[in-house]
Design a protein around this ligand. Structure first.
Ligand SMILES: C[S@@+](CC[C@H](N)C(=O)[O-])C[C@H]1O[C@@H](n2cnc3c(N)ncnc32)[C@H](O)[C@@H]1O
Length: 213
């Protein structure tokens, strides 16, 4: 990961978001909702702009921050987003309603591993953003990669998990198990016969995968 000084320098250069996004960032911070890190989301938005994604699937809405950032960055895009936590669904709905961008967002409520049929009806997708339970990344990837267009891309967040994937010793058993799952996913993804993948050390680490031709 970048050293702290450089990291703060880059984050300091990122322009202020609008007042609703600033409020959402504050809300996430105060309520301990894990939204995507700033440098990570800016990188992903830039990739989506370059790619010209028009139909995006997001696994893990939380309070709707990244879904709305994508909708704003790509005014022609439609974002289908899945969330299972009832309180977060309610909060996300309120923010989405206030944003005036509800027309670009399709909200699917439920466990991402159980709503495949509903999601499929909205596909295929130009881009898929995986940002839900870290221990299940492989399942999300395998399930929804089927809905990706031939020239689509998949962005997976938190693949470096605060740098812990490169640590030899982790004290907490729970964290150790989770880190192992992420490390196994990374190895599996990097060696996937059907995808080219790179891991970028921005934010919490993002993997960018595209289908091999
Ligand atoms: C890291 S947060 C998403 C942050 C959001 N993408 C952002 O950057 O604004 C992960 C969210 O995924 C949800 N989640 C985890 N596993 C899920 C599953 N199997 N199905 C649906 N939602 C899930 C959690 O409830 C949580 O709100």
């Amino acid at each position: 990961m970048l050293n702290e000084k450089l990291h703060s320098y880059i984050e300091g250069l990122i322009p202020e978001r609008n007042s609703l996004f600033t409020e959402m960032e504050k809300y996430a911070n105060e309520h301990h909702v894990p939204i995507m890190e700033l440098a990570g989301i800016e990188t992903m938005l830039q990739l989506l702009r370059i790619h010209g994604s028009k139909k995006i699937l997001e696994v893990g809405t939380a309070i709707g921050y990244s879904a709305l950032r994508m909708a704003e960055a790509l005014p022609e895009a439609e974002v289908v987003t899945i969330e299972r936590d009832l309180e977060r669904i309610q909060t996300a709905k309120e923010f989405i309603q206030r944003s005036g961008k509800g027309g670009q967002i399709i909200f699917i409520e439920g466990d991402a591993l159980e709503v495949e049929n509903n999601v499929q009806a909205h596909g295929p997708f130009d881009a898929i953003f995986i940002d839900a339970a870290k221990g299940q990344y492989k399942k999300f990837f395998e399930l929804y990669a089927k809905c990706l267009k031939a020239d689509g891309l998949i962005v997976t967040d938190n693949v470096l998990f605060k740098g812990l994937v490169a640590e030899d010793e982790i004290e907490s058993k729970r964290t150790r198990n989770l880190v192992k799952k992420i490390a196994d996913f990374n190895k599996w993804l990097m060696n996937h016969s059907e995808y080219h993948t790179v891991i970028l050390p921005v934010g919490d680490g993002i993997a960018i995968s595209i289908k091999k031709r």
